[in-house]
Design a protein around this ligand. Structure first.
Ligand code: NAD
Length: 486
């Protein structure tokens, strides 16, 4: 059941904001107000950090395999409560049911993966040229971590950050996205039921410039782990750099991901993957395929196959649907205006470009395909985060790679070809954190490092074992065990 009043989760209990202010949470499915959310202030953030600071030390001293046990129990609870948590994700995002429950399952998988990492919390031993000296590295917790979330996959987003952070022995203060506020509280209750000690995890509600800024500025926070847009990521980096004491900053940002279709590709398969890449989660994925780069020789045939498949995409939030609503009315209006603007500048609309009237007042946008968009146009260069994709015609491979690399982003990308040399060249020459061969532009799993280059991130990878390097510090230990004889 989705609650009508949503509060902070601090010190293992729900608490209203000190200021008493609230804001509305509306359903993307039908524009209904589903809850009033407490609007946090700096004092609420300070309280959550006080609690986390007190809880962190005891949690850090628990052996890593025992911390892993808590995560394992949380993973089991996620599986047992799939229906309940899927409903929360669906109310908040409006995503089709199968995608909402898939998010619960992938969050549970990550919990199980991180549980097992508790038994492999290894460092290195190193040789020393000095007698009676041993040298090794150990993983050390950071202390209090801030986890700042986007709205698109609220449960998976929290799981990606909180499970590895806890495994590494940190306390976490999460900032819910204001458009998906309850998931982080439900996650807190689940962690409590799994046996996480009191105060190790908190979640605060509110707006970015209010609670987000307070969290980032607090010098007791040793790591800010942020997933969201490029402008907010850059602002957070700047805010942290202005603190008297720096913090580690992990930025997982946006994408403008290309899918290249070569003249030797299986066009039916490529069209299937292009449509899934563009329209799953209504294109509100950092890994969405928003630029379809197609060789001249197969352009017309691919366009036809792709438009036929796009026309069959079922828009709605039901069990059989594929493309849900976008997150807010404001987002829908922004997307429609962006498409209109591109058309006025010379783009040709091949499909969509309008709201789905039959599903109003829900925020549904018809899957939208454009062509004749200049590579320099703002529509090609900026992340849209909606069900909008563009077709680009290129002469051949070199032009395709140049176009693929021609934005400030570098998150993911795909190529469809049966030529192994083109595959290897794409892997070598396309600059991104993830490349996919004959598949969609997305793809992530608990064991896979994910992250971007250029404006898509600042070099960290989550999850996989690489996530442990985000949420730990490496400490080098030098022991002179018989100093008198050195
Ligand atoms: P956003 O940047 O608007 O907001 C993200 C979070 O930052 C929200 O919780 C918001 O309240 C908070 N925030 C805003 N201003 C802040 C400030 N001054 N200080 C601290 N926090 C602040 O992003 P969004 O629209 O919610 O999310 C969509 C973006 O997330 C897209 O760009 C998408 O590509 C990206 N994303 C990236 C990944 C990845 O792994 N690379 C995954 C999912 C989403």
């Amino acid at each position: 059941m989705y609650p009508s009043e949503i509060l902070h989760w601090i010190d293992d209990g729900e608490a209203a904001s000190s200021g008493g202010a609230t804001f509305e949470k509306r359903s993307p499915i039908d524009d209904r107000v589903v809850a009033r959310v407490t609007r946090g202030a700096a004092a609420d953030v300070a309280r959550a950090i006080d609690v986390a600071t007190r809880a962190a030390e005891t949690w850090a001293r628990l052996p890593a395999p025992r911390r892993g046990d808590v995560l394992g129990r949380a993973a089991a609870l996620l599986r047992a409560k799939e229906q309940e948590l899927g409903e929360i994700v669906q109310v908040e995002t409006g995503k089709p049911w199968k995608n909402a429950v898939a998010e619960v399952a992938s969050s549970a998988d990550l919990g199980a993966f991180m549980d097992s990492e508790g038994s492999r919390f290894y460092g290195k031993t190193m040789t020393s040229p000095v007698p009676n000296r041993s040298v090794r590295t150990v993983r050390a917790p950071i202390g209090v971590c801030a986890a700042i979330m986007p709205f698109n996959s609220p449960l998976a987003g929290i799981a990606w950050k909180v499970f590895p952070a806890l495994l590494c022995g940190n306390a976490v203060v999460a900032k819910s996205h204001e458009l998906t506020p309850y998931t982080a509280v439900a996650f807190g209750k689940l962690l409590r039921d799994a046996g996480l000690p009191r105060g190790v995890y908190s979640a605060v509600q509110g707006l970015g410039p209010e609670v987000g800024t307070a969290l980032v500025r607090d010098e007791r926070v040793g790591l800010v782990s942020f997933t969201g847009s490029v402008p907010t990521g850059k602002l957070i980096q700047k805010t942290v750099s202005e603190r008297a004491v720096l913090a580690k900053v992990c930025l997982e940002l946006g994408g403008r991901n290309p899918l290249i279709v070569c003249d030797d590709a299986d066009l039916t398969l490529a069209a299937e993957h292009a449509v899934a890449s563009a329209f799953i989660d209504a294109g509100q994925r950092c890994a969405a395929g928003s630029r379809l780069i197609v060789f001249d020789r197969v352009y017309d045939a691919f366009r036809e196959a792709m438009l036929t498949r796009a026309a069959a995409v079922k828009v709605g939030s039901g069990p059989q649907d594929e493309c849900g609503p976008v997150i807010s009315r404001q987002s829908l209006e922004r997307l429609l205006a962006a498409v209109d603007g591109a058309v006025q500048r010379g783009a040709r609309l091949l499909a969509g470009g309008r709201a789905v009237d039959a599903l109003a007042p829900g925020y549904y946008m018809a899957p939208t395909v454009l062509e004749h968009v200049s590579p320099d146009d703002e529509l090609s260069q900026q992340e849209l985060f909606g069900p909008v994709t563009c077709l680009y015609r290129v002469k051949g491979f070199t032009d395709a790679i140049e176009l693929a690399n021609g934005t400030a982003f570098g998150l993911t990308g795909a190529i469809h070809t049966s030529n192994s040399h083109r595959v290897e060249e794409f892997i070598a020459r396309y600059r991104a954190g993830l490349v996919s061969i004959n598949g969609p532009t997305y793809g992530a799993g608990p064991h896979m490092p994910f992250g971007g280059v250029k404006n898509s991130g600042n070099g960290f990878r989550e999850p996989g074992t690489e996530a442990l390097d985000v949420y730990c510090e490496w400490k080098t230990v030098v022991v002179n065990h018989d100093p008198a004889r050195v």
